[in-house]
Design a protein around this ligand. Structure first.
Ligand code: ZN
Length: 275
């Protein structure tokens, strides 16, 4: 079953991770969507692409309103395909919500224990990783393209949460919509470091043969799942989306499909104030 469910009641399209929201009702967790047939910047949430900043802020505001959060609680980093992870405190609330300058610089992972604070990160094919440590009530999100994956941003986030007191055997990881094994052709440049990171010969690949050449198709979501298991997580702690951002044109921006000129979805996770 697909863990990310399209939210239909809203005029703004987005997916929610129903599985987690049902089990932990104070959590808001999901992934934004686009709508087919509009401009490539329709439902774009990132300020670093060719879109009017005012338009991006309006999109963020509308989505936040729908999620019962305010734009003041929207907090994000400037992603660089690295593995820097920041712990977000109450003082950081709203960093990056209206401009790029105030965002966490060079940061691809965010985690926090604050309520009424929405952690957001940006995607157009890369893998969104969501984290929740229930017994310490800490949330996290991390951006894993192939570079973040081979540098092990997922395991790093798990270790950071354990340092804050999380029980490794209870941490949940959700792997969101990203480019799928159907569409992610890679070469040696990616395969070599991936082999080193996974420390195995059996990469999650589907190798397609054409008459002239081999094509290696990488399953980047599965690579991230395997890396989380390398640091002690079990299968039942991990859920994985089946959506391919490149195939599902009706829902997703895709950097590869749209040849770089496209908007960004956001992955979001927040804790609502409990009364
Ligand atoms: Zn695909």
């Amino acid at each position: 079953m697909e863990p990310f469910q399209m939210q239909k009641k809203s005029s703004i399209p987005y997916f929610v991770l129903s599985l987690w929201q049902e089990e932990f009702p104070h959590l808001t967790v999901g992934f934004s969507a686009r709508e087919e047939g509009f401009s490539p910047m329709h439902h774009n949430y990132a300020l670093h692409v060719r879109d009017r900043p005012s338009h991006v802020i309006e999109n963020r505001k509308s989505l936040m309103r729908d999620l019962s959060f305010s734009l003041d609680s929207f907090t994000c980093g400037e992603q660089v395909h690295g593995v820097t992870i920041a712990y977000v405190t109450d003082r950081d609330r709203g960093r990056g919500n209206r401009d790029r300058e105030s965002a966490f610089s060079d940061t691809d992972g965010l985690f926090s224990s604050e309520e009424d604070l929405l952690l957001a990160s940006f995607y157009a094919d890369c893998v969104p990783l969501f984290f929740y440590a229930p017994e310490i009530d800490v949330i996290g999100v991390a951006h894993a393209g192939w570079k973040g994956t081979v540098q092990k941003i997922g395991p790093k986030m798990i270790d950071e949460m354990v340092t804050k007191g999380a029980d490794r055997s209870k941490i949940r990881v959700a792997i969101g919509p990203s480019i799928g094994v159907c569409c992610y052709e890679v070469d040696e440049h990616v395969l070599r470091p991936m082999k080193d990171a996974l420390a195995c010969q059996d990469l999650p690949l589907s190798v397609a043969l054409s008459t002239a050449t081999y094509k290696a198709m990488l399953d980047l979501k599965e690579a991230n799942a395997q890396l989380c298991k390398q640091v002690g997580l079990r299968d039942d702690q991990i859920v994985k989306s089946n959506y391919c951002t490149s195939c599902s044109k009706e829902y997703f921006h895709s950097h590869r499909r749209d040849k770089g000129d496209t908007g960004r979805m956001i992955a979001f996770i927040g804790k609502r104030v409990r009364s």
